[in-house]
Design a protein around this ligand. Structure first.
Ligand code: 26M
Length: 817
């Protein structure tokens, strides 16, 4: 597409072919006359990597020369998925590679399937970081991402007899061509020990003598932008034993034990914690947080000091973004370095920090806020705890002057929570020390202002902002849905929408055009065929392409209400069973697809997975039902499975209890792919409705401002249908009667915290409406085209532009081609 040669390496198919063969021989060490698909994938990846490295070097050279204000994006999680397809698309050389490979007797798509996912994250927050990195690179921003290189990413989900089991994700076992190990870039990270106060010339200062040192080694991952030469860096840290580790034991002669003990250091970056939305004060988790923060801060300050001899300009050159509170120790670490190591006074250090940090929160309820027990902090990071107390003391004094003796408010706003377990509230710390506090959708912002952080909002309204989340159209249309991608470009007469997604609105004028409609449906059918094949190989269930593919894929959580979906499926099944033959002919056939992982310790979520399988077993083996209803649970849902599922769905569900989903980003991917939404007015759905019009989706339940809990309206009564489907589960219609008892109990009137009963009728109505529209192919296709056309706002390019302007104060820094 752009430029057959833009570095030393040539990009014409002949040169690519030679390159691939050279890598087969010299990197993979196989004969160039005899190598299999996986070896071809390895060689291909190395050839792509070479091209990434060229751009990445040039970009960093350019950043160095320009010395712009840089953004440092700190996140404990990045859910990158596969890299090959994304890289060749962003480099603009996919077709050239496909041609080179086909002459060698390989199919590009087959090789791309060889790659495993990089799953260094849990879900929404982590995939958001990945989408944002793509936009940051594409928009030429001078940025570094920082994170942890977990040896084991998110667990693999295996289903045995309908129950979830977790297995380790050995993602590094077959090598990782996308990273560059930087053994010379390493920092010592210190833990434990004690702090002493010393004085010199009457000036008091603190000295921290740590008790343990671990080495952080950098692994760099180039992230290419699309249609630009820029490629930014995602630097992930791995823990290695330090040279000084256990010196003591060497001296006492216990050589073998000393060597064995060294391995303990590596456990810090071993494994990603699965998110169970409850903060348990685990020491290893806190160690991970500080390990990653300390290495990143050392690296960032070193880079700054390379060109500056004092810190006056620091906030004009450095912006920190902290992705939720997980990296918020960075705030305290920068303060500590400036005060204890760079000898700045508190006032100066404090000013620098408050101008440098911007914070985004991804949660809606107080239980989701991170708290760290003081005892744990004091033992692992004694100096940091002191600094937190110092910040809090000054803040409390200041606050008293402003609001007087309102002790309950002072208590709520304090960084320190007194209680059975005295803890540090990381969100309060982050708000107090950041210049900007960001929500992830408009509704989320309203909740932050009125509930979660009301006290802080009242004090500092100017700090609070929101930037509605977005996803990258490069991965979620161009890479994962090439058919739709070409169709869009053909009808818009340009590929410019890949960088400027607002142009998708141009599809609106063609939404009723029968020719486009026909081509649109054809594209969908081809994607449904791919998905149907995958369903058959992964679950053994054969599905009909004429059926509506109705999908709910996301982490399993009570508030996301997969259970509401399953109860709806039971209702549909019951209806079909009670129909006569002629009525059955009128039923719109459905394939109900559910997928997602439950946190390993989250019992209720695991029961929901089992119920899904129990219902699937009954329904799929019932001859009365046949193709009218199929239920499938897609195991091990991850980014690459999403890339297959989303383009092939007709309808997707986003039915969280109103007020519980901060934003939701899955819906945006489905929307871009012309999949209709069946959704509650929660999180970003409210903004999606504004963009596409409520008539182009299926809305479930009451809007947030009509929430019966907060108004005078009585809550809608629980319907007879709801009582019936719950009692079918309770009475053992799907087996496992005892096991499902507690799930049924949680749906009792007074215990139904997530309001499944209250929303059931409305849910069924929305589903019935979807059936009615589905049989009208023209109407459905028109709504589908209008969904894609209205998805422009939900590109992460827009989100990133907003952050750059309103939070980070950074400008593009484009590397010349
Ligand atoms: C906590 C403790 C220990 C280990 C892990 C965690 C943890 C990890 C991830 C807690 C929360 C985590 O992520 C929260 C998250 O993904 N939130 C989602 O963020 C999305 C992006 O903003 C939003 O779209 C979703 O609504 C929000 O639920």
């Amino acid at each position: 597409m752009f430029g057959l040669m833009d570095g030393f390496l040539k990009n014409d198919p002949m040169s690519l072919q030679k390159d691939i063969l050279d890598h087969v021989e010299y990197t993979v060490a196989r004969s160039r006359f005899n190598f299999d698909d996986f070896e071809a994938f390895q060689a291909l990846s190395h050839s792509v990597r070479d091209r990434l490295i060229e751009r990445w070097h040039d970009t960093h050279q350019h950043f160095k020369k320009q010395d712009p204000k840089r953004l440092y994006f700190l996140s404990l999680e990045f859910l990158m998925g596969r890299s090959l397809s994304n890289s060749v698309i962003n480099l603009g050389i996919r077709d050239e590679y496909a041609e080179a490979l086909s002459q060698l007797g390989f199919e590009y798509e087959v090789l791309a399937e060889q790659e495993g996912d990089a799953a260094l994250g849990n879900g929404g927050l982590a995939r958001l970081s990945a989408c944002q990195m793509d936009s940051l690179a594409t928009l030429d921003y001078p940025v570094w991402g920082y994170g942890l290189r977990y040896q084991y990413g998110l667990f693999r989900q295996v289903i045995v007899d309908g129950y979830q089991h977790e297995q380790p994700d050995y993602w590094l076992n077959f090598g990782n061509p996308w990273e560059i190990e930087r053994i010379q870039v390493s920092y010592s990270v210190k833990f434990y020990g004690m702090v002493e106060e010393k004085a010199s010339n009457g000036v008091k200062y603190k000295v921290w003598t740590p008790g343990e040192t671990v080495e952080a080694v950098a692994y760099d991952n180039p992230i290419p932008g699309y249609g630009t030469r820029n490629a930014i860096n995602l630097r992930l840290w791995a823990a290695k034993p330090s040279g000084q580790y256990d010196l003591e034991s060497y001296n006492t002669g216990d050589y073998i034990n000393a060597i064995v003990n060294r391995q303990k250091a590596e456990t810090i970056s071993y494994v990603l914690y699965p998110d169970d939305r409850s903060y348990q004060g685990k020491e290893l988790r806190l160690k991970q947080q500080y390990f990653f923060v300390s290495a990143s801060v050392q690296d960032i300050i070193r880079r700054f000091k390379d060109v500056h001899d004092n810190f006056d300009e620091f906030p004009d050159k450095v912006a920190f973004q902290i992705n939720d509170t997980h990296p918020s120790l960075a705030i305290v670490e920068v303060l500590r370095v400036l005060i204890d190591e760079e000898c700045l006074d508190w006032g100066k250090a404090w000013e620098i920090v408050c101008r440098a940090f911007s914070f985004t929160t991804h949660t809606v309820n107080t239980e989701g806020l991170e708290k760290i027990p003081v005892d744990l902090l004091g033992s692992l990071l004694p100096r940091h705890l002191q600094i937190m107390y110092d910040i809090n003391h000054r803040f409390m004094e200041d606050l008293k002057r402003k609001i007087g003796q309102d002790y309950s408010r002072l208590e709520r706003m304090s960084i320190v929570e007194e209680g059975i377990v005295k803890s540090i509230r990381m969100a309060n710390l982050s708000i107090i020390c950041s210049h900007t506090v960001n929500g992830v959708s408009r509704v989320h912002f309203e909740l932050l202002k009125t509930r979660l952080f009301k006290d802080f909002y009242d004090l500092w309204p100017q700090k609070f902002q929101y930037k509605t989340n977005g996803v990258t159209q490069r991965r979620w249309i161009v890479v994962s849905n090439p058919g739709l991608c070409s169709l869009i470009s053909k009808w818009l007469g340009t590929e410019a929408w890949i960088r400027n997604v607002d142009l998708l609105a141009g599809l609106r004028e063609h939404a009723s055009n029968p020719v486009l409609q026909q081509e649109w449906r054809m594209t969908k059918t081809i994607n449904k065929m791919r998905l149907a094949d995958y369903i058959e190989t992964s679950t053994g269930v054969k599905v009909s392409l004429d059926a509506m593919f109705d999908v709910q894929v996301k982490r399993i959580h009570e508030y996301k209400r997969q259970l509401l979906n399953i109860l709806g499926i039971i209702y549909r099944y019951d209806c079909i069973k009670n129909m006569n033959k002629s009525d059955r002919k009128k039923v719109v056939p459905r394939v109900c697809i559910i997928g997602g992982k439950a946190a390993p310790g989250y019992e209720v979520a695991k029961k929901i997975i089992k119920l899904c399988h129990a219902v699937a077993d009954k329904v799929n083996n019932d001859d009365d039902v046949g193709d009218l209803l199929k239920v499938v649970f897609i195991p091990d849902y991850n980014v690459s499975v999403a890339e297959l599922v989303i383009p092939g769905s007709d309808l997707s569900q986003h039915i969280s209890t109103v007020g519980h989903e901060a934003s939701g980003t899955g819906s945006m991917k489905f929307l871009m792919n012309g999949c209709l939404l069946l959704a509650t007015a929660d999180g970003s759905t409210v903004e999606i409705i504004e963009e596409i019009g409520v008539e182009n989706m299926f809305l479930v339940g009451t809007k947030l401002h009509e929430d019966p809990q907060s108004g005078d309206k009585p809550a809608p009564g629980v319907s007879i249908q709801f009582i019936r489907v719950v009692s079918m589960v309770r009475n053992g219609y799907f087996g496992f009667k005892e096991y499902f008892n507690s799930l049924c109990d949680s749906l009792e009137d007074d215990k139904d915290f997530y309001k499944l009963g209250a929303d059931f009728s409305s849910y069924l109505e929305a589903q019935a409406m979807a059936d009615r529209v589905f049989v009208n192919k023209e109407k459905w296709t028109c709504m589908s085209i209008l969904s894609t056309a209205g998805s422009g706002k939900f590109s992460s390019d827009r989100t990133i532009e907003e952050y750059a302007k309103h939070a980070w104060g950074i400008e593009p820094c484009k590397c010349p081609f």
